[in-house]
Write a protein that binds this ligand. Structure first.
Ligand code: NAP
Ligand code: MG
Length: 496
């Protein structure tokens, strides 16, 4: 029988990696500066982490470029890269408990999800791209007989990944796995709130045999380390996940420096449309609740706008309230906990501010609305549901990134589609119906990168993920991710 893990005891034994990882070595920031990495589980300081700035970024770029030019990784046979990445995935799997614990301590998500969702998906992501490396073929163009034209994919060179804190290692893996698989050198800047798992992963990458300089991690702040990467003249591409506001900064950095490729996975305000003819309203209620309360709503695709057909409104909202009870905030280190804390005090204040705006703006608070578990020293908010929300209210337009659901009523399909699309975002949309024709026709009208029908969480590593409109451009996951990390070369040969 499996013995239950005492996560608190395990946490006491952890040794944190707190330095930058550059050129295959851990090192302090050039100016010796550090920042405090705090745990939102209880508000305590976990580690003092190297605060990288321009000089450190420059070192990392030099190491990454030198490694790329040396060709040990970039020119390695695809099957050699495959084997090394498979080993990397194996090492992540071997250290799954430790990595899950780092995620939970660093950003407050329940340990059960950190392990079964985050780390599991990281392993799957690295394995999937490892497997893809030696199965993708290049192209020959249909030229006249006296010519031969080859279209080949080449790695870009030095790719920088700048990522957020909500799924710290998974958002990073969606970038570094395909970027490394394609032969690039990578520099990863984790969010200041959650640098620990990335630093441990870098060490595991080295252990797996990824050559020095090919995978670097520069912890630090966005305005310093992030901006230095964005403006560096020798970084070939930025793969960014984060807010729309910062995504626009990266477009500017690129335009003002070397025109580096920029791909952006930004914010969302997912509409979740529940039609009265949905086959299973209980399942829809489960989907509605988990779609907004999972990870305390700190999810870019969180289904934060619940659009309910008028005729079922009262009964359905009641069901969602009942399902919300399953997400009572608890100790993230307890395996039974389904909802943990917000990532930090700033995020707690931001979300509480939106709850106030909802009340003042005239929406009806029907569930929650409070900070809870203050005695823990952490930053917990209970599941919160607003009813009678109008789509032009602030809480229906702005990304809250917290456990706050806005319920909006609609009369017919046209009105539902109009409300769903009335947003600057377009990352995901969901709908529930038992009518096949309606499902497909509404899906076509929704302006979003992913449309989930009769679910709110569809999609593994095999399908592309990314946004329409101000949710960004470029796609993570699937083979389409390689478009962001490779460039096409045409070689045209005259045969006659
Ligand atoms: P954020 O503030 O935009 O930060 C994202 C990353 O950018 C962090 O590493 C951050 O560093 C860095 N950064 C911040 N300001 C910068 C600047 N001036 N120049 C260069 N880099 C800068 O986002 P967040 O608060 O971490 O995460 C929440 C946001 O991410 C939400 O909007 C959410 O929708 C989005 N998100 C999108 C997806 C997706 O796939 N579409 C997935 C997850 C999250 P610091 O840590 O120092 O701030
Ligand atoms: Mg932290």
């Amino acid at each position: 029988m499996a013995v239950a893990i005492d996560w608190r005891a395990e946490a006491g034994k952890l040794a944190f990696r707190d330095k930058a990882f550059i050129g295959g070595k851990f090192m302090d920031a050039a100016d010796g500066k550090t920042f405090e990495c705090t745990s939102p589980v209880d508000g305590k300081v976990l580690a003092k982490v190297a605060a990288c700035d321009k000089e450190d970024v420059d070192r990392a770029v030099k190491a990454a470029r030198a490694a790329f030019n040396a060709g040990k990784w970039s020119d390695a046979a695809p099957k050699a890269r495959k084997r090394t990445l498979q080993k990397f995935a194996d090492l992540i799997a071997k250290h799954a408990d430790e990595l899950a614990l780092l995620e939970t301590l660093d950003m407050g998500k329940p340990i059960t999800f950190a392990k079964n969702v985050d780390v599991n998906a990281v392993v799957e992501t690295v394995r999937w791209y490892a497997e893809a490396v030696d199965k993708i073929y290049d192209e020959i163009a249909p030229t006249p007989k006296d010519s031969l034209a080859m279209i080949t994919r080449e790695p870009l060179g030095v790719v920088a990944a700048v990522v957020p804190w909500n799924f710290p290692l998974l958002m990073a893996a969606w970038k570094f796995a395909p970027a490394l698989a394609a032969g690039n050198s990578v520099i990863l800047k984790p969010a200041e709130q959650s640098p620990l798992s990335a630093l441990r992963a870098a060490e595991l990458a080295a252990e797996a045999g990824i050559p020095e300089g090919v995978f670097n991690v520069v912890p630090g702040f966005g305005e310093t380390a992030g901006q230095a990467l964005g403006r560096h003249m020798d970084v070939d591409a930025i793969a960014f996940t984060g807010s729309t506001e910062v995504g626009k900064f990266f477009l500017r950095y690129s335009g003002e420096s070397n025109m580096k490729y920029v791909s952006l996975e930004c914010g969302g305000k997912t509409p979740n449309i529940v039609f009265a003819d949905s086959a299973n309203l209980d399942a829809a209620a489960v989907g509605a609740a988990s779609g907004i309360f999972f990870n305390s709503g700190q999810v870019c695709v969180a289904s934060s706008r619940l659009l309910v057909e008028e005729t079922i409104h009262d009964a359905f909202v009641e069901k969602v309230k009942q399902m919300a009870a399953g997400f009572t905030p608890g100790d993230p280190l307890d395996p039974k906990t389904m909802m943990g804390s917000m990532v930090d005090k700033g995020q707690l204040d931001r979300v509480m501010g939106y709850i106030e705006k909802g009340k003042k703006g005239g929406a009806a608070l029907t569930l929650g609305g409070n900070q809870v578990r203050q005695n823990s020293g952490g930053y917990y908010i209970e599941p919160t549901i607003f009813d009678k929300v109008a789509n032009d209210m602030t809480i229906a337009q702005e990304e809250i990134f917290g456990p706050v659901l806005s319920t909006i009523t609609f009369k017919d399909t046209d009105e539902a589609v109009k409300i769903a699309n009335d947003t600057i975002y377009g990352l995901q949309a969901c709908l529930w119906t038992n009518n096949l024709t309606k499902a497909h026709s509404v899906a076509r009208r929704l302006r979003a990168g992913t449309v989930n029908i009769n679910n709110t969480d569809g999609g593994g590593i095999e399908v592309p993920f990314g946004g329409y409109k101000q949710s960004g451009f470029g796609r993570d996951k699937s083979l389409h991710a390689f478009d962001k990390y490779t460039q096409l070369k045409t070689t045209y040969i005259k045969l006659g």
